[in-house]
Design a protein around this ligand. Structure first.
Ligand SMILES: Cc1cc2nc3c(=O)[nH]c(=O)nc-3n(C[C@H](O)[C@H](O)[C@H](O)COP(=O)(O)O)c2cc1C
Length: 319
């Protein structure tokens, strides 16, 4: 039993939160993490109200939250309305100015999580009224920035105390959970580990790639956003598995922009046909530790058991 300021705030059994991975963390996955004693966050990414409706339906009666890409939400506020109608347990805001959204989320009964990538971002989010800060290191899969989890987490914990903090980025087993707790976090927010789970909406081929991949073969890049025409603001880049497309275009971003008339349709066709030598597979550096895709509930149990063992082994060092 790992009791922390996060398990108390969220009224959950285990200090494990499913990241709101866009189009991957659907209702079935979020619901499964909640039923296993953690908290699941639905990830609409760039999808609209219909998808959000379906995700809450798929979560059944499980208490789940939802996470937004804040700069995208500014352009598509209908995502927010659709979500709040379902009275989510938590609303997570990442990648942009959270302040304009916090009061409405709280008025709808949600706890507000702000995912940040810097100490300055953590201070801003705390001042804006966040209930919890997610300190995301650059090891993370998907979008993020540059600072490493190990140094960022304790700095954020100190800066926003007594607000609870979740550590995110590169954590994929119970040793990582134990380390996060030792750094002063009250829990972890995991993406890549749950990307390879039975309920994840990633394709079977993507899961297969993840099981065979190493963190050595991931890279933060902007090329997948450029070719998809998604205008992510600085300083965000996305960490994905290196594939032929990365080898061809990473470091040649201007040339890619100039070739978009042909590369855009070629990429879309590859994405539609599931050609992962061209299409992206987001992945964090922790993918070395991802070697199976079991039901999410099994992952939650395993993470807790491993963390308890790691913390006990650490305590034994003092004997
Ligand atoms: C496939 C994938 C999609 C993601 N999509 C989102 C998203 O839509 N919104 C968001 O706030 N974070 C997103 N993230 C980042 C996660 O919130 C989280 O910070 C990250 O997964 C933690 O690092 P880890 O992957 O090493 O566990 C995504 C991550 C992955 C792997």
């Amino acid at each position: 039993m790992l009791a922390t300021n996060v398990t108390r705030l969220l009224d959950i059994q285990h200090p494990i939160v499913l990241a709101p991975m866009g189009a991957v963390s659907g209702g079935a996955l979020a619901g499964a993490v909640t039923r296993a004693g953690g908290l699941g966050l639905i990830g609409p990414g760039y999808l609209g109200p219909d998808w959000i409706e379906g995700a809450f339906r798929d979560a059944g009666n499980a208490r789940v939250g939802i996470g937004f890409i804040t700069w995208y939400l500014e352009q598509h506020p209908e995502q927010f309305d659709a979500a709040l109608a379902h009275r989510p347990a938590a609303v997570m805001l990442s990648f942009g100015d959270a302040a304009p959204w916090i009061a409405r989320a709280k008025a709808a009964g949600a706890l507000v999580f702000c995912q940040v990538q810097s100490l300055a971002g953590a201070r801003e989010a705390a001042a804006a009224g966040a209930d919890l800060i997610v300190a995301q290191g650059g090891e993370a899969g998907g979008h993020g920035a540059r600072r490493g989890t190990l140094a960022l987490v304790p700095a954020v914990v100190d800066a926003v105390a007594p607000l609870p903090v979740l550590a995110a980025g590169g954590i994929a087993d119970g040793r990582g959970l134990a380390a996060a707790l030792t750094l002063g976090a009250g829990g972890v927010l995991l993406g890549t580990r749950f990307l390879a789970s039975q309920e994840s909406l990633a394709s079977a081929a993507q899961k297969q790639r993840l099981l065979a991949a190493s963190g050595d073969e991931t890279r933060r890049t902007t090329i997948f956003d450029r070719v998809r025409g998604i205008a992510w603001p600085a300083p965000y880049t996305g960490r994905a598995l290196v594939n032929d497309f990365t080898r061809r275009w990473h470091g040649r971003e201007e040339a890619l922009d100039a070739a978009l008339a042909s590369e855009g349709p070629r990429y879309q066709a590859a994405s539609a046909s599931g050609d992962l030598d061209t299409a992206l597979t987001w992945s964090g550096e922790g993918v070395d530790l991802v070697r199976d895709a079991p039901p999410a509930a099994e992952l939650v149990q395993r993470l807790v058991a491993e963390a308890e063992a790691a913390l006990a082994a650490g305590a034994a060092l003092r004997a």
